[in-house]
Design a protein around this ligand. Sequence first.
Ligand SMILES: NC(=O)c1ccc[n+]([C@@H]2O[C@H](COP(=O)([O-])OP(=O)(O)OC[C@H]3O[C@@H](n4cnc5c(N)ncnc54)[C@H](OP(=O)(O)O)[C@@H]3O)[C@@H](O)[C@H]2O)c1
Length: 253
Amino acid sequence: MKIVIIGGTGLIGRPLGALLEAKGHQVVVASPSRGIDALTGEGLDHAMADASVVIDVSNAPSFEDAAALAFFRGTTTNLLEAARNAGVRHFIALSVVGTDRLQASGYFRAKLVQEQLIAAGGVPYTIVRATQFFEFLPTIADGYTREGAVHVPTIAFQPIAAADVSALLAEIATSSPVAGIVEVAGPERAPLAEFAANWLGAHDDPRLIHVTADGNYFGAPADDRTLVPDVGARLVPTRFETWLETQTQERAA
Ligand SMILES: NC(=O)c1ccc[n+]([C@@H]2O[C@H](COP(=O)([O-])OP(=O)(O)OC[C@H]3O[C@@H](n4cnc5c(N)ncnc54)[C@H](OP(=O)(O)O)[C@@H]3O)[C@@H](O)[C@H]2O)c1
């Protein structure tokens, strides 16, 4: 079947497209660099013609509050209209575990607007909320860095390999819409500070870790419940240590 991947050139979209093509599907890689822009609408109707499934794994170029809201509101409105016109049978979007608990952050307010538009959008849908990608840890470490040290909270964290997210989305693309949220997380839960320290160690990063008592995640209050999924979430296989070893081997090769 024809499957359109919005953000098909990104971290999740690229391997997702390869997996779906390997299963014999016709994949349209949709992104501005391919002449398809979900914000301006350029190329959308043509991309969606005769499509059965749309998977939105795009991300806002800026995480600044107003820019993120304009992006997720604008793109999702355009995508839903094009999907309705094309008779799309399943609209899938990637969101973040804890989005509803992080509403002090403008980015997560924008993600919640995206989810609400989809739920009310008149196209059968599945929202997949994933925990933070292992690949996002350097951004997290940089975000908590002050004067050469990483001041990171101990809040519970259960990150996931991006490749596992792509594999789950490929499975959901050929399943029935759930008309709700599916949560997915990695196999291990530990303090965020521990994951950050292990990432720095594996990369010979000289920054010291300072564990802080005040829980916050990119400016939003956060505790041991904020970033981890509910009971019943899908847990994927790749362990953080295994992923780190693979990364180290790839850098050495
Ligand atoms: N980072 C995390 O830990 C995490 C965790 C859970 C969920 N998520 C969610 O995962 C999603 C993907 O995030 P990511 O960091 O993996 O993305 P990414 O690698 O930065 O890729 C972003 C993609 O969006 C495309 N894009 C940008 N503007 C667009 C537009 N106007 N129209 C269509 N496509 C556009 C880009 O296309 P070009 O290549 O052409 O620029 C690119 O393909 C986000 O919705 C995010 O909220 C992230």
